[in-house]
Write a protein that binds this ligand. Structure first.
Ligand code: NAP
Length: 275
């Protein structure tokens, strides 16, 4: 089997890290890990049983996509068989509190950065075909909760764009798929509120389960994977029972399901340090 090259964004923790660990077990797989925390990436690369290179970059920076392209050309002969667009975060705020500033900030990472990176890497993916793109979306790409409108706007946009790209790239040998996680306990989305209660703990899953869904999509041809699988029921309910879904989510149910995030915690500690 010829060597394959996979790039995972957001590989320094959570779903991206678990994906990198799982991909590293695939035969003839070289990895490229990307995130901002360089030391985390270096530590992970040391542990993996395959050739792994790292890029420390902020994906919202203007020069991130050309830097990634240069890296692949310099270290992996310009090959790319799998692009996992996984990096993402959510800053919780109602629209009245966060306004356009929060929507813009959230779109920049969860949508614009994915589109910009994919644009620059698409020629490599076509030249390396058969190849694949996996976009890590969310159940929030199908159902919106109060306090997470900016995140849903970005993730809804991501699935719409992904469906179109699937149809466009099929004939070029680039499979395009999406993974839609529900609650997965990670640094960015700890789901502490749900894990604290026996009644809701069972709905929270693990990064390893999400990573399996990424591999099903990127290596085994799936186009769309909810993880855990029963979360597709939330998407079905939104389509088939819109009135009921709205009532549940605009009552206590919606607030209970809008858990606080790692990005919120990081922003609060920066604010406190400044005071
Ligand atoms: N966990 C869930 O419940 C859940 C549910 C639905 C969807 N998702 C999606 O799953 C994906 C992975 O999230 P996760 O749960 O694994 O959270 P996580 O553990 O916080 O991982 C997020 C990753 O993205 C990277 N990242 C964040 N901002 C970045 C930037 N500006 N440039 C480059 N990298 C950046 C982070 O690394 P650095 O901080 O080192 O840059 C980290 O490696 C996200 O797209 C998220 O929206 C998660």
């Amino acid at each position: 089997m010829a060597t394959r090259v996979a790039l995972v964004t957001g590989a320094s923790s959570g779903i991206g890290e678990a994906t990198a660990r799982l991909l590293a077990r695939e035969p003839e797989m070289q990895l490229v890990l990307l995130a901002r925390r360089e030391e985390r990436l270096a530590r992970l690369a040391e542990e993996l049983p395959t050739r792994t290179t790292c890029i420390a970059a902020d994906l919202t920076a203007e020069d991130a996509p050309p830097r990634v392209l240069e890296h692949l050309q310099a270290h992996h002969e310009g090959r790319l068989n799998l692009l996992v667009n996984n990096a993402g975060a959510s800053w919780r705020a109602t629209f009245a509190e966060g306004g356009y500033a929060n929507v813009k900030h959230t779109m920049a990472l969860n949508f614009d950065a994915v589109v910009r990176l994919t644009e620059v890497l698409l020629p490599l993916l076509r030249a390396s075909a058969p190849s694949a793109i996996v976009n890590v979306a969310s159940t929030a790409s199908r159902v919106a909760r109060p306090g997470a409108g900016a995140y849903s706007a970005a993730k809804f946009a991501l699935v719409g764009w992904t469906d179109a790209l699937y149809a466009e790239e099929r004939s070029h040998g680039v499979h395009v798929g999406m993974v839609l996680p529900g609650f997965i306990a990670t640094e960015g989305f700890p789901a502490n509120e749900l894990r604290a209660r026996a009644a809701t703990r069972w709905i929270v899953s693990t990064p390893e389960r999400a990573a399996e869904a990424v591999l099903d999509t990127g290596l085994r041809g799936h186009a769309e994977r909810y993880v855990p699988r029963p979360y597709f029921l939330a998407a079905a309910a939104r389509l088939l029972l819109p009135g009921l879904t709205r009532r549940v989510l605009s009552g206590g149910g919606g607030a209970a399901l809008t858990t606080s995030t790692g990005a919120d915690a990081a922003e609060n500690s920066t604010r406190q340090a400044r005071q």
